[in-house]
Design a protein around this ligand. Structure first.
Ligand SMILES: [Zn+2]
Ligand SMILES: [Zn+2]
Length: 97
């Protein structure tokens, strides 16, 4: 099984951590696509764009792909916060998305 690794924010560990997701087996999909006369390509695309299951490599907690955009710095107080937060938890000011 192939894996993809990335940096992500784990809610459980409350830190940025190495996260891992299974990647679709493209060779297998290619073979099925050939056998189904390209019909399978619809399923293949669907699987490729579908949000992958990212898991924290430390605790195994499921990290949603929408939550794994990393961190950003608050422009008001320079606090490093998760990318998904629109409002700074430290100074409560709007940071934008
Ligand atoms: Zn974790
Ligand atoms: Zn702030």
């Amino acid at each position: 099984m192939a894996f993809k690794e990335s940096q992500g924010y784990c809610k459980k560990c409350e830190e940025n951590i190495l996260i891992r997701a299974e990647t679709p087996n493209h060779v297998l999909h290619l073979i099925i696509t050939i056998f189904t006369l390209s019909l399978w390509v619809i399923v293949w695309i669907g699987l490729s764009i579908k949000p992958k299951e990212w898991r924290c490599t430390k605790c195994g907690n499921l990290v949603l792909s929408s939550e794994m955009r990393g961190t950003k710095e608050c422009p008001h107080c320079n606090e490093v916060v998760p990318q998904i937060m629109a409002t700074c938890p430290t100074c409560n000011k709007w940071m934008g998305v």
